[in-house]
Design a protein around this ligand. Structure first.
Ligand code: SOE
Length: 406
């Protein structure tokens, strides 16, 4: 991949993305639909790709909304039934950006129809679904049909640097990891009962939505597996007003209440395969924290620390530094030496949340063109799903809980 955004060649660059189309059909058009749309559109503008993504179709049940997004992002056609994507000969890849209760059915059908699949995280709403998806993905891979699950934060350059430092032994043996994913968008009890707060649609709450990210990131950055855990979950607000659209359907005045059937927060402790200990916190009630992913890994020879609110920076502590200069280094991860970075801007010109989605597209297109198995795979997604399931089972079992007498 020779990124043709190289500043030394600006204005002199010919687009050298190979004119071999990869035609995309995307299911869903909300937040993730927008994040994926900009990625499919921007990737060939900044990276030389071995195939040219074509935004062939966007699919959504609401035709009007889908057409609005199609016009905004440049999708060539609109479908209102995802099944149509599977029979269209001009669709090579199905990109699933719809809620978790749709992932298994769409992904398995698409793989069986010979379509590559990119599926948003978490992979599924249950281990059973994730197992079926993984089996379908592994069978499809035998025929060269590729699949990936969308843990995009792996593709933040500072996270990639942390993973490489750990893999090279720069922090030694991993002893302690602390991982947080903090949001606060439903602190208001009047926030409606969105689909993300309903188990039958989302599968779980903060745990699967944002906890899945830090579970994947800790295993990715350490190269180790979570081998055991103990967990707590809480639902702080037990019922919320139904969304206007739903209450309209039920003929109420918009004040009808519905039960929140997922967790608002999950905290868990775990052991790692290298012998270390990890703590995890995923909450939508960290008032004032909007999308704070904070991960610190402490090793025998040093530490790395990352905060998504400062996502172009990695803090690195080398325990072998002379004591007179000991301290966390603040590494600005914008030098062209880092993967993806050279395609964007000169050093010091920062990148943002959406760039991880573009990097995801770049790697997926390259993997498909080269006949490689993309990572994170559905099997990686299944590993995360097993951990999410263990968290819920542990939180439901208070047999070892030590009550403290008041
Ligand atoms: C909502 O919590 C959300 O959109 C997640 O679903 C995404 O995976 C995360 O990247 C941002 O927050």
């Amino acid at each position: 991949m020779r990124p043709h955004g190289d500043p030394s060649a600006l204005g002199m660059t010919m687009t050298t993305t190979v004119d071999r189309p990869l035609r995309i059909g995307m299911v869903g058009y909300s937040f993730m639909g927008a994040a994926h749309s900009q990625a499919w559109r921007n990737a060939p503008s900044f990276f030389d790709l071995p195939m040219r993504p074509e935004m062939a179709a966007i699919c959504g049940r609401n035709a009007t909304a889908a057409m609005e997004v199609a016009g905004r992002f440049g999708w060539q056609s609109v479908e209102t039934d995802w099944h149509a994507l599977l029979t269209r000969p001009d669709i090579d890849l199905v990109d699933i950006c719809s809620p978790g209760n749709t992932h298994a059915e769409i992904a398995i059908a698409a793989l069986e129809a010979g379509k590559h699949v990119l599926c948003e995280k978490p992979l599924a709403n249950s281990v059973d679904e994730a197992e079926a998806m993984t089996a379908a993905a592994e069978k499809a891979a035998e025929a060269g049909v590729r699949s990936m699950v969308g843990f995009t934060y792996r593709r933040v350059p500072a996270i990639g640097l942390a993973q490489r430092l750990v893999a090279k032994g720069r922090i030694g043996t991993v002893r302690n990891v602390r991982a947080q994913y903090l949001q606060d968008w439903i602190v208001d009890p009047q926030a409606p009962l969105f689909w993300r707060l309903r188990r039958e649609v989302a599968g779980s709450g903060a745990l699967g939505d944002i906890g899945a990210h830090i579970v994947d990131l800790v295993q990715f950055m350490t190269g180790e597996a979570i081998t055991g855990l103990s967990a707590l979950t809480a639902t702080f607000i037990k019922e919320r007003p139904l969304p206007e659209s739903t209450s309209g359907l039920s003929g109420t005045s918009g004040t009808e209440m519905g039960e929140v059937t997922v967790d608002d927060a999950a905290v868990f402790i775990s052991t790692l395969s290298g012998g270390g200990l990890a703590t995890f916190e995923a909450t939508r009630f960290a008032t004032g924290r909007k999308n704070a992913i904070r991960i610190e890994i402490n090793g025998s020879e040093g530490s790395v620390a990352f905060d998504f609110e400062d996502m172009n920076i990695l803090h690195f502590y080398d325990n072998n530094d002379d004591s007179e200069i000991a301290g966390f280094r603040r590494i600005l991860v914008t030098e062209p030496v880092h993967p993806y970075v050279k395609a964007w801007w000169p050093a010091g010109h920062l990148i943002g949340y959406e760039h991880g989605f573009t990097h995801q597209v770049v790697d997926l297109v390259e993997d498909i063109a080269q006949g490689r198995a993309p990572r994170p795979s559905f099997a990686d997604g299944l590993r995360v799903q097993r951990i999410l399931d263990a968290v819920e089972k542990s939180a439901a079992d208070k047999s070892t809980w030590m009550e403290i007498p008041s």
